[in-house]
Design a binder for this molecule. Structure first.
Ligand code: TYM
Length: 332
């Protein structure tokens, strides 16, 4: 079985973009791949998190993975902070990447460009990719499924793995980023040229998975489209309707072509109303399951079992790295 690994940060409330880009696809992968999925809570510390909210967001995220259909008996689901090897390998790999490489990362450049004049950027956000490289390389995955925005980080990870292998001999498998053609970049419903994100300023264009379902349906019905009425997939010229077609396709498991045929000549109003129902039904199913699994100690048990499965894999790889680089001083 080939191996897959991915992570998601517990910052803010989970959006439909996260769900479509990085939660729902994993449900279909879990029977075909050996999967490691973790909550990137160390990465979330790169921006200040109110402790109570961080706790709640972390629990919500684990619950949402399971509510979406991930089976903790099949998938290793764990917290990044429970496996100390991530931080340790992150340090070694941080010593192998250049300032130039880190400063070319779009995520860092974006954050840096949005700073107010009296604000300064944390060192954690700059060195973010080193920890991400460790997350990945500890587990030798074949594939790293991510949204479009994280592809550059996985490419840097490949470079660093190759650098390490060349310097110290073959140690890490070179991972492939896996970005879905449909759903890899879900756009803001009010501004379809911008990624749907967690930040509050885009509230009207963002659907939150645990929000009131009627509010979400309204957001879909008032999504920005264009002045035409032809339901056709063309992300360059018709970004609004194309985004809605992607959402429809992923949630309903139908191809975009089939949906185009189904709505041929129908106009945007009918299409949006139906999509609101399709998304509403999916959210209802997830929210019901979320309620069931957030009572009692179930989530804590899942995380304990997940960390117990992840640790030996990470420990073995870190031990190998430490022998190769000369940190381990025992001869054998
Ligand atoms: P994060 O939490 O920002 O995003 C989690 C995943 O969701 C994807 N995503 C989207 N996909 C489609 N449309 C959108 N609008 C959208 N917004 C977000 C992201 O691409 C991502 O796949 N650095 C990672 C977390 C991480 C990680 C890792 C991932 C840490 N270590 C190792 C893979 C492997 C991140 O920023 O996640």
């Amino acid at each position: 079985m080939k191996r897959m690994l991915s992570g998601i940060k517990p910052t803010g409330r989970v959006t439909l973009g996260n769900y479509i880009g990085a939660i729902k696809p994993f449900v279909s992968y879990q029977d075909e791949y050996e999967m490691f999925i973790f909550i990137a809570n160390l990465h979330s510390m790169t921006i200040y998190q109110e402790p109570k909210e961080l706790r709640q967001n972390t629990r919500d995220l684990i619950a949402l993975y399971i509510a979406a259909g991930l089976d903790p008996d099949k998938v290793t689901l764990f917290l990044q902070s429970d496996v100390y090897e991530h931080a340790q390998l992150g340090w070694y790999l941080g010593c192998m990447v250049s300032m130039g490489e880190l400063s070319r990362m779009t995520q860092y450049k974006d954050k840096a460009s949005k700073l107010g004049k009296d604000e300064s950027i944390g060192a954690g956000i700059f060195n973010y990719p080193s920890l991400m490289n460790a997350d990945i390389l500890l587990y030798d995955p074949d594939y790293v499924p991510v949204g479009e925005d994280q592809k550059q980080h996985v490419e840097l990870c490949r470079d660093i793995a190759e650098r390490f292998n060349k310097r110290y001999s073959e140690t890490f498998k070179i991972p492939e980023p896996l970005v879905s053609k449909v759903g890899g970049r879900i756009m803001d419903l009010q501004n379809p040229t911008k990624k749907m994100s967690k930040s509050e300023e885009t509230n009207k264009g963002t659907i939150y998975i645990l929000d009131d379902i009627n509010v979400s349906k309204k957001k879909i019905k008032s999504a920005v489209t264009d002045s035409d009425s032809h339901i056709h997939y063309d992300p360059i010229n018709k970004p609004g309707i194309s985004n809605l077609l992607e959402i429809y396709s992923i949630i309903s498991n139908k191809s975009i072509e089939d949906i185009e045929k189904q709505y041929d000549g129908c106009g945007y109003g009918v299409f949006k109303t139906d999509l609101a129902e399709v998304v509403g039904a999916e959210l209802e199913r997830i929210q019901a399951r979320y309620k069931e699994i957030t009572t009692g100690s179930y989530l804590d048990d899942v995380l304990a079992a997940g960390a117990a499965k992840a640790r030996p894999v990470a420990r073995k790889k870190l031990a190998k790295v430490e022998r190769k680089i000369g940190i381990t001083i025992k001869k054998r």
